[in-house]
Design a protein. Structure first.
Length: 292
């Protein structure tokens, strides 16, 4: 089939398509709803031992969706860019938060196959990639038959397993604005063990400072403490104008977390998550200040 790398049946009803052109993928989505798969690191493990009876659109052969490009005032990260590619890319220090999160996305095999936008579209409350991208001020680009549109990341993720994407659209890129000044980023994750674990609490920050060491921009985000990872806007405002040598962690207060809605589950209680969130964010800010 023209514009496709492969076509085959996945089961009694399912059809597997692997387009090589973005236009072919969009046309297929417009013709019939399909399950979009990139790395498949969440899709396939959830179906072990079961017949796949849905139509699959594998977008990994679309060259236009892969790689990281400097586009002047922002970086464009293609939807199927893997976590391993992000780890090795030459990016500003504020991206250290995203790179540290990339190391937490399963083992190396998962990092080689898993994609940045797959992590976003899966929309787990504990998705490692979301807090760093919120801290970077990222936007999501989606494209369908009506053309491309862009929205802030916090407008794209609506809730657990829910994103703002029409059935005839697919995510094409993440757009990250370039920092305007001296900058640094960091990511911290608390789990029941050190590696290969779902978060109890995780947080990311990206700070910018002037030549005198005064914070001029702050973005701090926290995940696994609400249905969707969230920015801590009151804390961000409190950080503005602070000296990076003055211990930024001391700015953190319990009031900065009152809007969060953590749950009790097998990993932690609600009360523990709130207490741990304050500790994690305080340590995070001290670490970022040190990097600045």
């Amino acid at each position: 089939m023209a514009g496709f790398d492969n076509e085959k049946r996945t089961g009694p009803m399912g059809l597997y398509l692997r387009p090589t052109e973005l236009s072919s993928a969009i046309a297929e989505l417009a013709a019939r709803p399909r399950t979009i798969v990139a790395g498949g690191t969440d899709f396939y493990p959830a179906r072990v031992g079961r017949t796949i009876d849905v139509d699959i659109l594998d977008i990994t052969a679309i060259a236009a969706l892969r790689g990281i490009r400097d586009e002047g005032d922002h970086f464009r990260i293609g939807a199927t860019t893997s976590w391993s590619e992000i780890l090795t890319a030459p990016l500003p220090p504020c991206f250290d938060a995203l790179k540290l999160a990339a190391r937490e996305v399963g083992g190396q095999q998962i990092q080689n196959a898993g994609t940045i936008c797959g992590n976003l579209c899966n929309a787990s409350p504990a998705a490692d990639g979301v807090p760093p991208l919120l801290a970077l001020g990222a936007a999501v680009e989606v494209q369908g038959t009506a053309g491309p549109r862009t929205m802030p990341l916090d407008a794209f993720i609506l809730g657990p397993r829910r994103v703002r994407r029409a059935v005839d659209e697919l995510v094409t890129a993440v757009l990250v604005p370039k920092p305007a000044a001296r900058n640094a980023g960091h990511f911290l994750k608390l789990g029941a063990r050190r590696y290969l674990v779902i978060s109890i609490v995780m947080a990311a920050a990206c700070l910018e400072a002037d030549a005198a060491g005064v914070v001029t921009r702050a973005r701090v985000a926290i995940g696994a403490c609400s249905p969707v990872a969230q920015r801590l806007e009151a804390l961000e405002e409190a950080l503005l104008g602070k000296d990076i040598g003055g211990g930024l962690g001391s700015v953190v207060t319990p009031d900065h977390f009152v809007h969060l809605t953590p749950i009790d589950d097998v990993r932690a209680t609600r009360a523990y998550r709130l207490e741990a969130a304050a500790t994690v964010v305080s340590r995070l800010l001290d670490e970022v200040a040190g990097r600045l």
